[in-house]
Design a protein around this ligand. Structure first.
Ligand code: FAD
Ligand code: SF4
Length: 511
């Protein structure tokens, strides 16, 4: 009897019960990790994403070996690598005389369905176990969400109660309210100074040569000789500790701010480590809660931070698993446009988009508001097809895995799910971007103008979007003010605004 345990590249959870001291000592278990073209090629990924995942997988395999586990590691250029999970598994089952396969549930529908479809071909029993990472049970939320998706707020409150987080003795929210978003919307003017994230400066040049030699096509800069992201458990723990100490105290106040002076502001930079499971969400939340208990962090900040991880992260996963595969086809607004070419190189005169995209290509990172209110907002207003937008987001960020990328993109940012995830589209004109950032100061366009040669494209496109979707959106109570403003606008002004939008829509590649 010999068991093969398959570990996917985003299942690097050393705290999983597979790796308890008793399990590690088992000589009948072979742990297997594989670098595959089927994984590097299903989207065009950022170079740092491919590098980071492979480096973390290699480090994880080394750590398992050091702990006494039997490990088989298939590298991208190994001669016997068939470049997909199933063919490699069939080979290993034969060569290693495997009698049972064990795997953790895959987080992506794409992979889970591949494994389920291939089970019969493997010729051995397959046992599927939980990844022991998430805080909401996948089967329970898939069942709950498949009937009616609750608003995130209520889902989040239930998890706060389940995990007893920020509750008083009566089970009520500390501070008397569940949500402190209204305190968390400050513009940042350079003070307090935003800390730099730790850069691990790991030399991954050799690994990058291997990836290049394999012919993997990527986007963005690899930064291989001074690789910035955490790729081991100890680096990830250090990243968490650094965030908690340096940035968390100001996370809440400035979580919606954007700036040319700091790409990261007071954000955590932990999504990559979380998504490949070097960190557990509960350990991140607990580390942050200790700071609140020590009175080094305000209630509005801690609540805002917990909400992201316990609320949004778990919620989008629930939406994804309850509604796939149909979710990946949704296009409620029937948007069919092509993504402008400057999304791939940042060559636009719009300072906000230029900054967010250039930064993304350089670092594989943009924070939430850059993703939602700059690049996502523009694609929404310009009527770009959700498939195109999805492919871009799935490629460009180091933390992009479909279970979290797709609901955020298709649902939250493009409203392609017609409001399953959010109660209204996240649309904004230049006034929002101007209020929350310093982008407009140095821009070719004028944030105040709706039409004319220098008019900011976000303004006319914003009104064009609401005008063309009035039949669907006008009755939405959260958009009442928007439609009232539009209706009160002088007729000639409206005409000029719509004409300006049409002009811009005809030359999206040149904005
Ligand atoms: P912080 O702002 O410091 O937040 C802390 C943590 O909270 C994050 O590390 C993340 O784990 C979690 N979190 C915050 N917001 C969300 C959210 N909306 N959904 C899920 N988790 C959240 N996140 C990804 O992990 N992968 C993606 O591919 C991804 N694609 C996105 C696409 C779009 C269009 C948008 C609008 C958002 C996307 N997000 C994605 C969510 C969010 O932008 C990132 O999680 C966040 O920017 C990561 O940076 P950070 O670690 O500094 O996060
Ligand atoms: Fe962006 Fe418009 Fe401001 Fe320029 S003026 S930075 S395009 S919002």
């Amino acid at each position: 009897m010999s068991t093969l345990r398959l570990i996917l590249g985003d299942q690097l959870n050393i705290q999983h019960s597979w790796f308890s001291p008793i399990e590690r000592a088992r000589s009948d278990v072979l742990y297997v990790l594989m670098e595959l073209r089927s994984e590097t090629d299903y989207a065009q990924h950022h170079a740092q994403k491919v590098l980071g995942i492979f480096a973390a997988m290699r480090g994880f395999a080394t750590a398992l070996q050091a702990a006494g586990c039997r490990v088989q590691y298939i590298k991208i250029n190994d001669a016997n690598n068939q470049q997909n999970f199933i063919s490699n598994l069939i080979d290993l089952i034969k060569s290693e005389q495997i009698t049972q396969l064990e795997r953790q549930q895959a987080d992506e529908y794409r992979l889970e369905s591949q494994f389920l479809a291939a089970e019969a071909q493997l010729g051995v029993p397959v046992i599927v176990v939980d990844s022991e990472h998430f805080l909401a049970d996948r089967v329970a939320i898939s069942t709950q969400f498949s009937q009616k998706i609750p608003r995130m707020e209520f889902f989040y409150r239930a998890l706060r109660k389940q995990y007893q987080i920020l509750l008083d003795a009566e089970g009520q929210p500390i501070g008397g309210q569940w949500n402190f978003d209204q305190d968390n919307r400050k513009r940042w003017n350079g003070q307090p100074v935003a800390p730099a994230w730790p850069n691990y400066a790991t030399d991954l040049s050799e690994l990058w040569q291997e990836i290049s030699a394999a012919g993997v096509k990527t986007i963005g800069q690899p930064q291989a000789s001074t690789f910035p992201w955490p790729v081991t458990r100890s680096q990830a723990k250090h990243a968490l500790a650094t965030f908690i100490q340096n940035a968390l105290p100001h996370f809440g106040a400035y979580q919606d701010a954007m700036s040319t002076a700091s790409t990261t502001l007071f954000h955590a930079g932990l999504s990559f480590a979380l998504n490949i499971k070097l960190l557990h969400p509960l350990e991140v939340i607990q580390a942050a809660l200790l700071e609140y208990e020590a009175e080094r962090v305000s209630l509005s900040t801690i609540e805002g931070f917990v909400r992201q991880i316990l609320g949004w992260r778990e919620f989008v996963r629930g939406v994804y698993w309850a509604r796939m595969p149909q979710y990946g086809q949704l296009n409620a607004l029937n948007h069919q446009g092509k993504l402008p070419s400057w999304y791939w190189d940042g060559s636009t005169k719009m300072n906000c988009a230029q900054h967010a995209i250039t930064q993304s290509l350089e670092t594989g990172y943009a924070h939430h508001i850059q993703r939602l209110m700059v690049t996502g907002n523009f694609a929404l207003l310009a009527g770009i097809a959700p498939d195109e937008v999805d492919a871009w987001y799935l490629g460009i960020y180091v933390d992009a895995f479909e279970w979290v990328e797709m609901p955020n993109t298709r649902g939250m940012s493009q409203y392609a799910d017609g409001g399953l995830l959010g109660s209204k589209p996240y649309s904004g004109s230049a006034s929002y971007i101007n209020k929350m950032s310093d982008y407009c100061k140095g821009c070719h366009y004028d944030a105040k103008q709706r039409h004319g040669e220098k008019a900011c494209p976000f303004n006319s496109l914003y009104w064009h979007f609401h005008h063309r979707h009035a039949a669907r959106l006008e009755k939405n109570p959260r958009l009442g003010m928007t439609y009232q403003t539009w209706k009160k606008m002088d007729g000639a002004e409206r005409e000029a605004t719509l004409a300006q939008a049409e002009l811009y829509l005809g030359q999206l590649d040149h904005l």
